[in-house]
Design a protein around this ligand. Structure first.
Ligand code: PDD
Length: 285
């Protein structure tokens, strides 16, 4: 079966799905996006992803091109047409197509909407989570509003590649004060040497991950406490456990940071519990 993408009102064959050369997302990264997990053909946490999308759009002053209800229909249609059982759906909304000029285009320029979907290998994801990943730290050189989910991801691209070049899988950004902000495309967590579960507070320096939010609820339901605060790289080196959360990986254990082995070098019990409980929780929601 051919893959299908939705582009500005039309379902197109994936290989024929294109945007204009003067699309502002392409020229200025003047666009926002969302990535939503698909499991059993169902979108996980759709409501929260659409709420965050609305917030991102408001922050950069782009109008929602369709109603949230219509957007939900498109998302599900793209998932169905691509027969995604396990994978993710990607949506991007940009400020439209206009002659290249940083200032906003005329109000009649319609925002653009693109939706794609892709299957993931559950076996591969599970194998990765069983083993855990290594990460390296990189200076956080991103702009001051990474709480807005824009497609301006060049620092993330370079960070991820720097990690791969060093034989690691992912990068953790560290701010100018030595505190971990988040990973290149996920939120960072540790279980400290004293056993406290810690993740950075949701300020403008991290994306308020939906998986992070749900993880809080799972943790609360289990009666475990969590601290939202800054944590230094050194605290992470000495942690019992570390992991990252995102819509595509859910909970992925981190077993080394800059070559420092975390805990016993194997995925820890908190990460395992969260990974296991996560879908039980969202399924029951
Ligand atoms: N990334 N931080 C960053 C920088 C991210 O890009 C993401 C998500 C997250 C986690 O957010 P959530 O739990 O809502 O997925 C945190 C997506 C998956 C991506 O860019 O592919």
């Amino acid at each position: 079966m051919s893959r299908i993408a939705y582009v500005n009102g039309r379902y197109l064959l994936f290989r024929e799905a294109k945007v204009h050369v003067e699309d502002r997302g392409y020229q200025f990264a003047d666009a926002v996006y969302e990535v939503c997990e698909v499991r059993g053909g169902r979108l996980i946490d759709e409501r929260r992803h659409l709420e965050r999308l609305k917030r991102s759009l408001t922050e950069i002053r782009i109008a929602m091109p369709v109603t949230p209800r219509a957007l939900g229909v498109v998302l599900r249609e793209v998932v169905a047409r691509n027969r995604i059982g396990y994978g993710f759906v990607y949506l991007q909304i940009g400020r439209g197509v206009a002659r290249r000029d940083p200032a906003f285009p005329a109000p009649e320029v319609a925002p653009s909407l693109v939706v794609t979907a892709r299957s993931l290998s559950r076996t591969k994801n599970e194998a990765l989570a069983e083993k855990g990943i290594g990460v390296v730290s990189v200076p956080d050189n991103r702009w001051g509003r990474v709480d807005i989910k824009t497609v301006g991801l060049l620092p993330n691209v370079l960070a991820r590649q720097a990690a791969i070049d060093q034989g690691a899988r992912d990068a953790w950004f560290v701010d100018k004060d030595g505190f971990v902000t988040e990973a290149a495309s996920s939120n960072a967590w540790i279980v400290t040497a004293n056993g406290n579960l810690v993740t950075r507070q949701a300020d403008h320096a991290i994306l308020r991950g939906i998986t992070r939010m749900v993880a809080f609820e799972v943790i609360k339901a289990r009666g475990v406490s969590v601290e939202e605060r800054d944590f230094a790289l050194e605290e992470a080196y000495a942690a019992r456990e570390a992991f990252v959360t995102s819509a595509t990986q859910i909970v992925l254990p981190v077993v080394s940071i800059d070559g420092h082995v975390i805990g016993d070098g194997k995925p820890g019990p908190v990460a395992r519990m969260l990974r296991l409980e996560f879908h039980r929780y969202v399924g029951a929601e």
